[in-house]
Design a protein around this ligand. Sequence first.
Ligand code: ZN
Length: 338
Amino acid sequence: MTPPLSAQLTLLDQLPEGFFELEIDTILDLFPTPTLIHLQGDKEPALFVSILLHGNEYSGLKIMQAVLAPYASRLPRSLFLFIGNVEAAYANCRTLPGQTDFNRCWPGCELEPNDYTRMMQQVIQRIQPQHLYAAIDLHNNTGANPHYACLTEVTPTNQHLAAMFNHIGLVFKRPKGVSTMAFNGFCPAATLECGKPGDAAGIQHGAEMIDALLHMDHFPDRPIAPHDLQLVQSLATLNIPPDVSFDFNLSAQADLIFESGFERKNFTEIKPTEVFAFARVSRPLTISNQDGEDVTDEIMRVQNGRVYLNRTLMPAMITLGKTVIRQYCLCYLLTDYH
Ligand SMILES: [Zn+2]
């Protein structure tokens, strides 16, 4: 059976006419299917960049337009550019119904083989990760987070990659099947979270990083200095039980209330003495660890209508979108990586 259009890989060896003027709502005009573009440059090994694995996270397209525009004739280094979920991008959503999430189906995933896992396999075969300079996957997130890199393997070069982007980096080993994980053991790899979709500062920051990678000769041989990079990892996921009402406004009536500036707590440490939220129910949150086990009572306590954490932790990827919260989670809690 022929795979659906959204799992058919197109191969190109140049940018199509109109690439630099392309807007996300006309992306299907130039890229009707996922596309891998190989551009020759002065230097090898090539850099691999993937964009739009999540359709609504379109900063990656803007970043690559900004990076490539000055090099109309010749790039400083060869480049593979993979343009992922173009149909979801056109529809401005992460993944379309019936598709597999494009950042969960790379080699090493735990899914049964399907059209999407086969397509990512095909990408990997083409780009030969063992011969790449580095692999960068460009993403956005929903809340007001700093820009940061995610690593799935803590190697000296991966740490240099992360520190090039920010002094804080996130290490994660789950979920499986994310793009960056497919490069473990082959070449330096990182996911870059470039703020909210379309955010100008995130686009500029991402473009500077990619441009630097196109020019660099090699990563530093020395291990990274501890003050140049703080590595953190996700300890737990916070969910709000379906029967608990909530709001982000201290004057609202709800079972669970956060202050309106809650989003600004992203990547800041919250001490056990600091009020995390206000609650009028005894179990306003459910907290699960990386293995999905319930660790609510270990992590938090409710005292006199106030929610406290039992140890100093850092919330991240806070979202205020009520649908997203019900569908995925409220935020993650991070701790130092060791
Ligand atoms: Zn994403």
